[in-house]
Design a protein around this ligand. Structure first.
Ligand SMILES: NC(=O)N[C@@H](CC(=O)O)C(=O)O
Ligand SMILES: [Zn+2]
Length: 423
């Protein structure tokens, strides 16, 4: 591979307290030099002027639907979406068919991702066999097969005794537990409990469903000292509960799906089932609480919960599958937070790259000698997510056909260009 010399971009890396314009040389997969007026005659020169170069993004919550539901996404199409969105590491959820509840399925995912050769795909193993919530999986075997975390995502683990045991066991194995926090009994409905659910007469999923399980899992993490990662936060009170337990030094981390930072429940009246997601889009007061959590570091990372569904699965609201695709839209949405003055670019890179990388123990950073996992993006380029630009097998997002601001120009994984935008 020819060395790459990216010249004149704005280099941003909060882990190195770096925000400066300069040149960066990549050789043999690693960052070889960072500085001004670098000249290496044998290198491929990339003009980075007017662009931002930062550590590539890490997504701890994606659904690649492979094995078993590859009609709506697979490891190849999902990897293409990831690198086009600036991600070079993703954690894929185990709600596949069969579930990732055995070493064999975990190994399939890892091998397939290596064959595709675009993005590092790290499987999360299921917490319980078949994600049934009844019997813990073999955490030791799943860890040895390459699983980095354990979750039954798509479903909560309701049995508190099992959750307590899982936290203890995962801690001993150096794994962490993630949970989809919506209490089954309170989340039988489809959309947020509010004016839209009453207007449409559709059964709701109350915020209490999330708050109750977030509180339980924080309490269990506090007592067991087992690491819990709360997935896709959506409610005001759950942010406050996590803030309280983080102040008591419980080993808790959490994520937010960008859609919950921008869209209220009334988006369902505009986008129909394309705005149906679990947990559901809620209200302005929830959005404000999540944004507060983004600012004061209660929320550790942005995770897309990229959840592809086929058109036929996004018909009537009640029967539609919940979830939205998000790998290619995370950057423009996160940049909108910067444009609105809610966070700065350094905090954005922390949320999309540095923090999720730390959660997983994967390396990210602009420092000489580090593996070159980088993304070069144009924060001002406008583009539309449509048939031409979408790389997912699915199109389920309220952002379909909308103009987005901010686009990846190039994504580099271990020194190799794995994505280059056509435009
Ligand atoms: N978030 C969703 O609404 N759907 C996810 C499952 C999940 O993450 O809960 C999916 O797999 O489609
Ligand atoms: Zn979930």
């Amino acid at each position: 591979m020819k060395p790459l010399l990216i010249k004149g971009s704005r280099l941003i890396d909060p882990s190195q307290d770096l925000d400066t314009v300069g040149d960066l040389l990549i050789e043999d997969g690693k960052i070889k030099a960072v500085g001004n007026n670098l000249n290496f005659p044998y290198a491929e020169i990339i003009d980075g002027r007017g662009l931002i170069l930062c550590p590539s993004f890490v997504d701890v919550h994606v659904h690649l639907r492979d094995p078993g539901q590859t009609y709506k996404e697979d490891i190849e199409s999902g990897s293409k979406c990831a690198v086009a969105g600036g991600f070079t590491t993703v954690v894929c959820m185990p709600n596949t068919q069969p579930a990732i509840d055995s070493p064999e399925v975990a190994q399939y995912v890892i091998q397939r991702a290596r064959e595709v050769g675009l993005c590092e795909v790290l499987p999360a193993g299921a917490l319980t066999k078949g994600r049934q919530g009844k019997e813990l999986t073999d955490f030791f075997a799943l860890k040895n097969a390459g699983c980095v975390a354990l979750t039954d995502d798509g479903s909560p683990l309701m049995d508190s005794r099992l959750m307590e045991k899982a936290l203890r066991l995962a801690r001993q194995l150096g794994l962490f537990v993630m949970n989809h926090c919506e209490d089954d009994g309170l989340a039988r409905g489809h959309i947020n409990e509010g004016y839209v659910s009453s207007l449409l007469g559709i059964a709701h999923r109350s915020p209490s469903a999330e708050d109750v399980l977030v509180a339980r899992d924080c309490i269990l993490s506090y007592h067991t000292k087992g690491r819990i990662h709360i997935q896709h936060l959506s409610s005001k009170l759950s942010v406050e509960i996590i803030r309280f337990f983080k102040e008591k030094s419980a080993p808790i981390s959490c994520e937010v799906n960008p859609y919950h930072l921008f869209f209220e429940e009334d988006e369902l009246l505009k986008s129909g089932a394309n705005a149906k997601v679990n947990p559901p889009l809620r209200r302005e007061e929830d959005i404000q609480a999540l944004l507060e959590g983004i600012k004061d570091r209660t929320i550790d990372c942005i995770a897309t919960d990229h959840a592809p569904h086929a058109k036929k699965e996004k018909g009537l609201l009640e029967s539609a599958m919940p979830g939205m695709i998000g790998l290619q839209t995370a950057l423009p949405m996160a940049l909108e937070l910067v444009r609105r003055g809610i966070i700065d670019l350094k905090r954005m890179v922390e949320l999309l790259s540095i923090n999720p990388a730390k959660l997983l123990g994967v390396e990210r950073g602009i420092k000489v000698g580090a593996l070159a996992n980088l993304v070069l993006f144009n924060p001002d380029q406008e583009w539309v997510l449509n048939e031409e630009t979408n790389l997912s097998k699915s199109q389920n997002t309220p952002l379909w056909g909308k103009t987005l601001k901010g686009r990846v120009v190039m994504t580099i994984k271990d020194g190799k260009i794995v994505y280059k935008s056509g435009a």
